[in-house]
Design a protein around this ligand. Structure first.
Ligand SMILES: [Zn+2]
Ligand SMILES: [Zn+2]
Length: 440
């Protein structure tokens, strides 16, 4: 290394922590107000595509910060744009929806809201996935970035997405012109709280981070009759059971052992009484995969097995099982490896090596993957995890005294302050790194 390179490297090494401290000091000054926002959001969750008050509240804040704000993008989505000279387009995203869960955390600001979703059954509503922490962190990042417009150059697009829990909100925003009516991003970043590691830790998975999620319905016809005279029937319970068992071979015998896949039959309904052979059985499956190829292998296999077992059971051609794959599905979320490493190298400097760790991918789903999938040649994307579990809970779980609640649990109560602070600092500092001021 030449001495000139050594000097500029050491200048960088000094510059980064100094900026880090200033950014963090500003964030710490904002935290009481962000926590107030968080408690308000937590107490007032809204279901997917019903995020009207949440969207209006946050849109007003973004407007106050100087963004050009458009509401109603993909039903209740909000797009906020800030143009600040020539440079890359960076998109930051938070999701807004709560879940039909009756909150049991006992927190003083616990939700007592109720709603009646499409099912028609009135239920409690709760931010059981922590999207309230995402929104508060998002606003924190917006504040940090607007306070230091002289430190970045480019276009900042900050989006509040509806209906992540249905896997439909990202697509709704894209279909409503997210990439045509507004600047198309070069980089898209989001974070999600995590229920399995300590509050404030940052986790990331290069490549596939979350899975393709397919919901599959199989209607299995039979020929009904008296339970005492099975020979006069074609029993759909026996046929559907054979299908369920044979489906287990898709992952164990057909899919590569090195390619993660899941086929779960979550629901099996047939019949009404002990002594009646039903004329139909219904199965509901969730199917998880990463690549398009393994998704196809599983879905084709399900259709083939359903038909094959029906043929083996002697069902006529006009009584073959009907397999329906829900459309649209939630595609896998892919973190571009080089882009991920760029941001994580920055995070390791900013947060310290101890707080940033590579974690295994999961078979859960997230529709954030849609933003890259809609323009894979143009958009590089990254979703990172921010741990939310209070340290004393981790200690208790390690001692076998408790089990940790998962996301979507009525008991999920993250250490919101740590999640919001790390999320806001992560989003803002990543944006600053990706669009540095020219000549600054
Ligand atoms: Zn969720
Ligand atoms: Zn979520």
């Amino acid at each position: 290394m030449t001495s000139a390179a050594a000097i500029s490297a050491s200048a960088l090494a000094f510059a980064t922590p100094a900026q880090a401290d200033e950014l963090r000091d500003d964030l710490m000054a904002d935290m009481p107000e962000l926590m107030e926002l968080y408690r308000d959001l937590h107490a007032n969750p809204e279901l997917s595509f019903e995020e009207h008050e949440t969207a209006a509240k946050l849109a007003a804040r973004m407007r106050d910060l100087g963004f050009e704000v458009t509401e109603g993008v993909g039903q209740t989505g909000v797009v906020s744009v800030m143009r600040n000279g020539e440079g890359p387009v960076v998109m930051l995203r938070a999701d807004m929806d709560g879940l039909p869960v009756v909150e049991q955390t006992g927190l003083p600001y616990a939700s007592t809201q109720t709603a009646t979703p499409a099912s028609g059954v009135t239920t409690g509503v709760m931010h059981a996935c922590g999207h309230d922490t995402h929104m508060a962190g998002f606003i924190g990042a917006a504040q940090l970035l607007t306070e230091r417009k002289d430190e970045w150059q480019g276009t900042l697009v900050m989006i509040l997405q509806p209906a992540e829990e249905l896997g439909l909100g990202a697509l709704a925003m894209l279909e409503d012109g997210l990439y045509t009516r507004f600047p198309k991003p070069d980089y898209a970043i989001a974070f999600h709280d995590a229920a399995q590691f300590p509050a404030g830790m940052i986790g990331y998975s290069p490549g596939f981070a979350l899975a393709n999620v397919d919901s599959v319905d199989i209607t299995v016809p039979g020929v009904g009759g008296h339970g005492a005279y099975p020979h006069t029937t074609r029993d759909p319970v026996v046929l559907a059971s054979a299908i369920v068992m044979k489906l287990q071979t898709l992952v164990s015998r057909e899919s590569s052992p090195l390619d993660p896949a899941v086929v779960t039959v979550g629901s099996f309904h047939a019949g009404a009484k002990h002594n009646i052979i039903s004329d139909e059985a219904k199965l509901q499956l969730t199917v998880r995969s990463y690549s398009d190829a393994s998704r196809k292998l599983l879905l084709d296999g399900i259709a083939r097995i359903a038909r094959g077992e029906a043929m083996a059971a002697g069902m006529p051609e006009n009584k073959m099982p009907v397999v329906t794959v829900e459309d649209p599905y939630t595609p896998a979320t892919y973190n571009d490896p080089d882009f991920t490493e760029t941001v994580m190298a920055h995070f390791r400097t900013r947060f310290g090596e101890q707080r940033v760790m590579q974690v295994p991918s999961v078979m859960g789903g997230e529709d954030f993957g849609q933003f890259r999938r809609a323009a894979p040649d143009d958009v590089e994307s990254l979703i990172f995890w921010v741990g939310g579990v209070p340290q004393e809970q981790i200690d208790k779980a390690a001692a076998g005294e408790t089990t940790l609640p998962s996301l979507h649990s009525p008991y999920w109560a993250p250490d919101a302050e740590k999640v919001i602070a790390a999320g806001a600092e992560g989003l803002a500092s990543a944006a600053l790194t990706l669009m540095p001021a020219q000549g600054g």
